[in-house]
Design a protein around this ligand. Structure first.
Ligand code: GDP
Length: 608
């Protein structure tokens, strides 16, 4: 704590707070002040780091990655997202981490049950991939040269800006995704808005853009395009210069915000406060504005954590309904001809609207079928025209197999969840499940492409059953369909509609896990225990032993983890399988494949 506490207290009592208590400001000033007085010293000396580095708050600070490692991780995530199965493991390496494997969070949990409970709750706090449209928007504004772009970059890390060309909107919008303690938001690139408006292709669009933002009484220091950015934002980060102090230009902008955007929460970032000792003094002058000033340094990252903590409490909750509408779960129904795909599709979407194989030759325009359930869940059944076509051709003489395979591949790639339909009659031999070769191949395809999977054993009505048939089948299906041994199995009858809707429940669960992210702290806790149970094997005739320094989740869809180790070669296939099993047992991930990459310092030496 600096000398600031008493100083700030006296500031509070001696200054007039012209706006305190005014409902115009959407944040609570009194409680904010009290908190700021007691924590402002800490604010100035807070740890640096981009918003991206920490996903969730935990007792233990997340170990920082070097900038290079972070950008490699981002690159890895990008390449996995764009073409997951073409990812070349050897293409990526990491430098030696400075720190040794950080001790996982202090494990206060005594029993396994307690630990599981904690992991379970972590699962429900995990960050879902929220579509851009549903993210709350935040604009960074301020006079020229106060450090807006530096702060923008500090908050967004190495995330890339996304250009939105929304229908009915005359200019492009530039957003960059950011995240702080599990809260996601989009930073509106007001700088980008400025240049993109000038680059609009038509005179009409440019004219419309300036009409859009012709707000009366704009402060002179604020560009019109930046004002448009404020217009569409939920919250604002107002940046001022801590070295220069409060200027008339700042006051003009604040005045304008109060008048024109009274409902929007504003966080005041006092930038250029590099020195922890002076930070509070630099910020003190800005209490005069009626806002709580957060001393920050966009260059070093100091104080940005506290500023973002305050920001995220002011963001509106992400509307779950909006996410669901924006991101329907895309489901590909695949399987060999005649297993009952079109019949299941009919059962799912309602008979009247669909066409069964008996009506072969009938064509439909729509390739995908949207499905909205009464509970609001939305699905997109991909290539439903293909399902019907396959069914139609299958009942003919030629071409069924070829068409089926290539179309199935396309559908798997386009879907997030693959529903693999297997004919219960065909896979039953003397009352036992025996996986047909082609179904095994399809399962391999699904796993290789990295899609979530639900296995459907259809025509269950036609199988003779005894008491334990279903349970025995369940075990056998997963044991024999090894590539998707993590999938959920549903036994259906498209004819009687038995359990047909469970396919969608299983698909929802699979998609949730496919998109799931877990915190670095939880992951490292599991890694620590996994290693404690069974240490990596020692190499024969050598004293060398595998060591895991640190683990992190590099991507979702499917969840992809990177283990930073001393030498990847020291981890045998057997150990890697054990490791994946442990991860699954402890963290879950039903319905989705997971990927684990092992990155050693050795692999870099190999390259040199
Ligand atoms: P697709 O080629 O996979 O789309 O298969 P279809 O949906 O065209 O079904 C092929 C045949 O299996 C049709 O004669 C259906 O009536 C029949 N079928 C589909 N599902 C079931 C089921 O659950 N039980 C029974 N007994 N027959 C089914």
């Amino acid at each position: 704590m600096g000398p600031c506490v008493s100083q700030l207290s006296s500031l509070c009592t001696h200054h007039h707070w012209p706006w305190l208590g005014r409902s115009l400001w959407a944040f609570s000033s009194h409680s904010g002040l009290a908190a700021a007085i007691s924590t402002s010293g800490a604010a100035a000396t807070s740890a640096s780091g981009t918003a991206k580095a920490t996903i969730e708050q935990h007792d233990e600070p997340e170990p920082d990655l070097t900038d290079e490692q972070q950008s490699e991780l981002d690159r890895l995530a990008g390449s996995i997202a764009s073409e997951s199965d073409d990812f070349d493991e050897d293409d990526w390496f990491t430098e030696e981490r400075e720190a040794e494997h950080p001790e996982a969070a202090e494990d206060k949990l005594s029993s396994k049950a307690e630990r599981k409970k904690r992991l379970w709750s972590d699962r429900y706090q995990s960050v879902r991939e929220v579509p851009f449209e549903a993210l709350p928007k935040v604009a960074v504004i301020g006079r020229p040269n106060v450090g807006k772009s530096a702060l923008f970059n500090r908050i967004t890390g190495s995330n890339k800006a996304i250009v939105f060309n929304e229908p009915g909107v005359t200019r492009d919008r530039l957003y960059t995704r950011a995240e702080w303690t599990g809260h996601e938001f989009a930073l509106v690139d007001t700088g980008g808005l400025m240049s993109s408006a000038a680059q609009l292709p038509t005179q009409e669009a440019r004219a419309q853009a300036s009409r859009d933002i012709s707000a009366a009484g704009l402060p002179s220091a604020i560009e019109r395009q930046a004002a448009a950015g404020v217009q569409e934002s939920h919250s604002i980060i107002m940046v001022v210069d801590g070295k220069v102090g409060l200027t008339a230009g700042d006051e003009e902008i604040l005045d304008w915000l109060r008048k024109s955007h009274s409902k929007k929460p504003v966080v005041l970032a006092v930038n250029k406060c590099e020195s922890p000792a002076k930070a509070d003094l630099q910020a003190a002058e800005f209490w005069n504005t009626g806002l709580e000033p957060f001393p920050v340094s966009a260059i070093s990252g100091a104080g940005t954590g506290e500023m973002l903590d305050s920001l995220v409490t002011k963001l509106p909750d992400i509307d779950q309904a909006e996410i669901d509408v924006a991101a329907p779960i895309s489901v590909a129904i695949i399987g060999r001809p005649n297993v009952g795909k079109s019949s299941l599709l009919n059962a799912l979407v309602g008979q009247e609207r669909s066409i069964v194989s008996s009506l072969r030759g009938t064509t439909r325009d729509a390739i995908d079928t949207e499905l909205l359930l009464p509970d609001g869940r939305q699905f997109k059944l991909v290539d439903t025209a293909g399902i019907r076509k396959r069914a139609a051709i299958a009942s003919g003489k030629d071409g069924a197999e070829t068409l089926s395979a290539s179309r199935a591949m396309g559908a798997i790639r386009r879907g997030e969840v693959a529903v693999l339909v297997i004919d219960a009659i065909e896979c039953t031999e003397s009352g036992r499940f025996v996986v047909p070769t082609q179904d095994f191949r399809l399962a391999e395809l699904i796993a290789n492409v990295g899609r979530a999977c639900v296995v459907v054993i259809n025509k269950w009505d036609a199988v003779e059953k005894e008491t334990n048939t279903l349970r025995d089948y369940q075990k056998e299906v997963l044991a024999q369909l090894r590539p998707v041994s993590w999938a959920t199995v549903v036994f259906t009858s498209a004819v009687t509609k038995q359990r047909v809707m469970q396919i969608l429940d299983a698909a929802s669960l699979a998609s949730e896990n496919h998109r799931r992210r877990i915190s670095t702290a939880t992951l490292n806790m599991v890694v620590k225990e996994t290693v404690a149970w069974r240490a990596p094997p020692q190499v024969k005739n050598s004293y060398r032993k595998g060591r895991i320094y640190y683990a992190t989740q590099a991507a979702a869809s499917p969840p992809t983890f990177v283990m930073f180790v001393n030498d990847a070669k020291l981890f045998s296939d057997d150990y890697r399988k054990y490791f994946e099993r442990q991860l699954r047992d402890n963290i879950g991930f039903p319905g989705t494949p997971i990927r684990i990459f092992w990155r050693g310092k050795q692999s870099q030496r190999d390259r040199d």
